[in-house]
Design a protein around this ligand. Structure first.
Ligand SMILES: [Zn+2]
Length: 472
């Protein structure tokens, strides 16, 4: 087993799906996360990468492997809707097993250094069950004003450039267009219009000079991170946007631009208005604008970092741990004021988040995990994010919904919608306890099934072991 798993991590190679026997799981308790109900005594037939039959009686051929799961709980595999797995050449080698051991069988990549053709080649192999890893949605076509906040971004400084960038993104077959922070309003509006014409979803940051309501009216489909919602709850939103517009129009240096953005936290705390908040949240819900909150990012800013001897740290390559130990430009950019208000700001974010959820704003569980984002862990951080949703006030079912049902529907996947039924892709988790009674059981799945490939507890343990050994 050890050698098989070793090969698997190094080369992404799993058994070919053609050679795999059909699997019949019997005595399964199905968890319906949309309805919050259980169905006991079910059987599930998995052929290749798909579920082909579900019911109390399922007939199969003699050759099918039968596994009695003794009443354990079956849920759809989890999605992390905001990650970056291509920030280094070898990041998938580590991130794929990290996702699988945590039951994450789907991720949406939101921006990367790999050429799109290479991302798509890997995606195709995962899709076919040739490579063992989470299903990939490639939404990292990020578009920013020059010079670009990160290397390798698409750049648009005029509406014409925005339109030609969308044409390229469409030609290259990305899943969506991702707007980024420094776009000016005319370019952003052209980007939104061109995305709609190209039938591409527009997801991403609400640019720093664009009002949230303007983005809703422009047809933004998905919104990354949460900070712009409390800002839109402030009676001073327009004044804050104007201050930045004026400075940038006058060619203010970068430091000054960042100082203006940093000054927003105090203003938001002082001018957050509940009635205004309720109104904008109702508009977001009405527009079906999906929010990927990445609340767990707050741990990074608060310095809630795990010790070096925790398994999640020890599973990372040494180069990553070293990089995370170095001074970070994002922490250094924090002003004393931002630092002193951090706890209050985060508390307000969480209060606003609960209001958003109760107002019907659709949420996609998301972590921003990446080797480039210190202390945000592939796999583990998604489970932390779900725990946080529950701590803030979502029910267990509602938290699970944001990671199982909402993402594949938002991504418009033909064969996945958060239900367990014939014809669906076999991305599943078997759990020892009912997750509708507590999420702790997600931390140690009994088995994880990715594209029909079942990893039992022994195999998951072996993957963990290899991650720990391989990172020494
Ligand atoms: Zn991100």
């Amino acid at each position: 087993m050890r050698t098989i798993i070793l090969a698997l991590i190094g080369l992404f190679v799993a058994a070919s799906p053609q050679a795999r026997a059909d699997v019949l799981l019997t005595n399964v308790t199905l968890v319906d996360i949309e309805e919050g109900t259980l169905s006991q005594g079910q059987s599930i037939l998995i052929e290749g990468t798909r579920i082909t039959a579900v019911g109390p009686e399922v007939s199969v051929s003699e050759e099918a492997e039968r596994i009695d799961v003794e009443g354990r709980f079956l849920i759809p595999g989890l999605w992390d809707s905001h990650v970056h797995i291509f920030s280094s050449a070898t990041e998938p080698d580590t991130s794929f097993p990290l996702y699988l051991i945590n039951g994450v069988t789907g991720v949406r990549d939101m921006g990367a250094l790999w050429p799109i053709a290479e991302q798509q080649a890997l995606q195709t192999r995962v899709e076919a069950g040739e490579v063992l890893g989470p299903r990939l949605v490639l939404s990292g076509a990020w578009v920013d004003a020059s010079p670009g906040s990160w290397p390798g971004m698409f750049l648009a400084d005029t509406p014409e450039e925005a339109r030609s960038v969308v044409a390229r993104i469409s030609d290259e077959d990305w899943a969506a267009v991702k707007s980024y922070s420094m776009l000016d309003e005319p370019s952003y509006l052209a980007l939104a219009e061109a995305s709609e014409d190209a039938r591409l979803q527009l997801v991403g940051h609400i640019p720093e000079r664009v009002a949230l309501r303007t983005a809703i009216e422009a047809g933004q489909d998905g919104m990354e991170h949460f900070g712009r919602i409390p800002m839109a709850c402030s009676t001073e939103e327009e004044a804050m946007l104007d201050a930045l517009r004026t400075a940038m129009a006058a060619g203010a240096p970068r430091d000054e631009v960042f100082a203006i953005m940093a000054s927003r936290n105090r203003i938001i705390l002082e001018t957050w208005d509940e009635a205004r908040c309720a109104a904008i949240l109702a508009d977001i819900a009405e527009a079906d604008l999906h929010v990927s909150p990445t609340l767990v990012v707050a741990d990074f800013y608060l310095g809630n970092w795990p010790n070096a001897d925790t398994p999640r740290m020890r599973m990372l390559p040494e180069t990553v741990r070293e990089a995370w130990g170095k001074p970070d430009f994002r922490l250094e950019a924090m002003t004393d004021e931002v630092r002193s208000l951090a706890r209050e700001s985060i508390a307000l974010d969480r209060r606003t988040f609960l209001m958003a959820h109760r107002a019907g704003v659709p949420i996609l569980a998301s972590s921003d995990a990446s080797f480039a984002n210190p202390y945000l862990f592939h796999g583990f951080s998604l489970l932390d994010e779900l725990d946080l949703y529950v701590e803030i006030g979502l029910t267990l079912r509602e938290a699970l919904y944001t990671a199982t049902v909402a993402p594949p529907r938002f991504f418009r996947l033909a064969d996945q919608d958060g239900t367990i039924a014939a014809g669906r892709r076999a991305d599943l988790i078997l759990l020892d306890a009912n997750p509708l009674e507590g999420l702790a059981t997600l931390r140690r799945p009994w088995a994880v099934i990715a594209a029909g490939q079942m990893l039992d507890r022994n195999e998951l343990d072996a993957m963990e072991f290899e991650l720990l050994e391989g990172s020494k």
